[in-house]
Design a protein around this ligand. Structure first.
Ligand code: UD1
Length: 537
């Protein structure tokens, strides 16, 4: 279950309230746990290289030699390039997945624009929808140019004639978000049977809150043998109810919201998730003829409709992708813009980037620009605690940890949303990061560049090296992959990131977009031998 349960939405939202207590505990624990995970590799490396700054060529050879063969694609990142330009931000993965699932509720054609169509998760969700009889057509992106880029891919879903309430188990098992099809199928067909994805690399991820929410609406729900089976009460229609969520789970809020959209009567969801993706789902349901009020607050009121029709809808921009590129800019001491973005969706992330000394401001409509600390200052450490929205997003915690690993000073990173989302600490340790994990917290002792990058005589060719060095590292989940790639952008020498398939689940053209900003990132195929790396055909 979740770590830090009971820490309410507001408590510690500034990352400061519990900070002192947490910091003391983490320091004490860190000393006791010295050498565990991250610390061991980093320390060994620092001793081997004397002053702690490995010669880049040594780091590169060591990294390449450590790449296991047959591991699929690898990102090779050569650190030190300064980035510039504007990163195009795709539609929000988490919103698009929920909207695609919600299209199963609709008795009319739904056309969703700005779908990040190249994501593996989106492809899987399409398979899930098609396996229950929905017809899905994916259009090309809009016309070239700013407007076209913003519109992105359009997915038209026609779920008028569903043929099954049991989505294909293989596709469902590979996609955590496919649990989001349970409520729409139940509400629309009167029953549903959805296989459960197993636990994942960031924790067990139970579905008890989804189940309790559906039961409150009158459904009979049984979880057994890795499958959830749900049936609507006699008459086939769910009944509106008052649902209090013990934790403002994004997925459970979306499940209850979708179920309530077609229920008889009114549903109140209390302690609802306030994430922008939940608000996007509520807006989508309203566009299709639903009656949802309070989206974006912790109380949602849903007046059930007998049916929903079709609609056209545009997905919000991906705040996590935007935040990732802004963090990449910060840790390479680069000035970079991102667009399109909804700046208010990034409040907590921008506040933390500014706490490191960067400046972020509007650079045009739906466009933000980050500039590195002025006056030749180094990035400063800043404590961060992941929390439900509007707190700092857990989906940005690994990337921000990568930034802190190369900043000046020590910082405490606390993960309160997922039980096991600090795996990147050990991998960053291979790159020389000084991290000490204690339960759900990590103490980061930053290793900044020897001199301020970009200043005369500082930092090497591109002038953007942190005190980290290249290594062979392995991503076990999406955001970890992003974090390790980012760390590589600022590290001295060459970093090889395996587990690229995780990155492809949730970042559309991640390496392409980084290359367009000037990063030295190549996608290679791990060949039969450890040193045999070649470009994919
Ligand atoms: C969504 C996002 C994910 C993000 C997360 C938190 C999608 C597709 N994914 O995941 O990128 O990191 O929100 O912002 O939108 N929990 C329970 N019981 C439940 C449901 C959740 O205990 O029934 C716990 C989880 O184990 C976790 C916490 O609640 O510790 C938050 O999970 P939740 O908000 O539900 O995340 P997801 O919807 O799975």
């Amino acid at each position: 279950m979740r770590p830090g349960a009971g820490g309410g939405r507001r408590a510690g939202a500034a990352g400061g309230a519990g900070g002192a207590r947490g910091r003391a505990g983490a320091r004490a624990g860190a000393q006791g746990a010295a050498g565990a995970g991250a610390g061991a590799g980093a320390g060994a490396r620092a001793r081997a290289s004397g002053a702690g700054a490995a010669a880049p060529e040594v780091a590169a050879v060591a990294a390449a030699a450590a790449v296991p063969a047959g591991r699929g694609q690898v990102l090779r990142v050569r650190g030190g390039a300064r980035l510039e330009g504007c990163a195009p931000v795709s539609g929000a993965k988490n919103s698009a997945l929920a909207l695609l699932a919600a299209s199963l509720l609709c008795d009319g054609e739904v056309c969703i624009r700005r779908v990040p169509a190249r994501l593996r998760d989106v492809t899987l969700m399409r398979q899930v929808l098609e396996s229950v009889g929905a017809r899905v057509q994916a259009g090309a992106p809009g016309a070239p140019g700013a407007q076209g880029a913003e519109e992105g891919h359009a997915f038209c879903v026609d779920a008028r004639a569903l043929t099954s309430a049991r989505p294909d188990a293989a596709a469902v098992r590979s996609l955590r978000a496919s649990i989001l099809t349970l409520a729409p199928l139940l509400a629309r067909v009167g029953e549903a049977e959805v296989a459960l994805p197993g636990g994942c690399a960031i924790g067990a991820r139970p579905v008890d809150l989804h189940v309790r929410g559906l039961r409150a609406l009158g459904a009979e729900v049984e979880v057994s043998g890795g499958t959830v089976r749900a049936r609507a009460p006699a008459g086939g229609r769910l009944r509106g109810a008052r649902v209090y969520l013990d934790f403002p789970s994004v997925g459970a809020t979306e499940t209850v919201l979708m179920a309530a959209a077609l229920a008889e009567g009114t549903t109140l969801i209390e302690n609802a998730a306030q994430e922008p993706e939940v608000e996007d789902l509520a807006d989508f349901l309203n566009a299709a003829g639903g009656h949802v009020a309070g989206a974006g607050t912790s109380t949602l009121e849903i007046r059930g409709a007998p049916s929903l029709g079709g609609c056209e809808f545009t997905v919000i921009p991906d705040r996590i992708e935007a935040g990732t590129f802004l963090t990449a800019a910060a840790l390479t001491y680069s000035a970079v813009s991102v667009a399109p973005v909804m700046p208010n969706h990034l409040t907590a992330v921008l506040a933390k980037l500014e706490a490191t000394g960067c400046q972020v401001g509007l650079d045009g409509p739906m466009r933000l620009r980050l500039v590195p600390p002025p006056g030749g200052e180094l990035l400063r450490a800043a404590d961060v605690t992941s929390l439900p929205y509007p707190g700092f997003p857990t989906d940005m915690q690994p990337q921000f940890t990568a930034l802190l690993a190369g900043a000046q000073g020590s910082a405490l990173v606390r993960e309160t949303v997922f039980e096991n989302r600090l795996g990147h600490a050990a991998e960053l340790g291979r790159m020389g990061a000084q991290l000490r994990q204690d339960g759900s917290a990590v103490m980061v002792e930053g290793r900044p560049p020897a001199r301020v990058p970009g200043q005369s005589g500082g930092g090497g060719a591109g002038g953007a090296h942190s005190g980290l060095w290249g290594a062979s590292v392995s991503a076990r989940n999406l955001r970890e992959g992003a974090a390790l790639t980012l760390a590589g952008l600022a590290a001295e020498g060459e970093t090889l990131v395996t587990g690229v398939e995780h990155i492809d689940r949730g970042y559309e053209g991640f390496d392409e977009k980084l290359r367009a900003l000037g990063a030295d990132v190549a996608r290679l195929e791990a060949g039969p031998g450890p040193l045999d790396m070649k470009r994919p055909a």
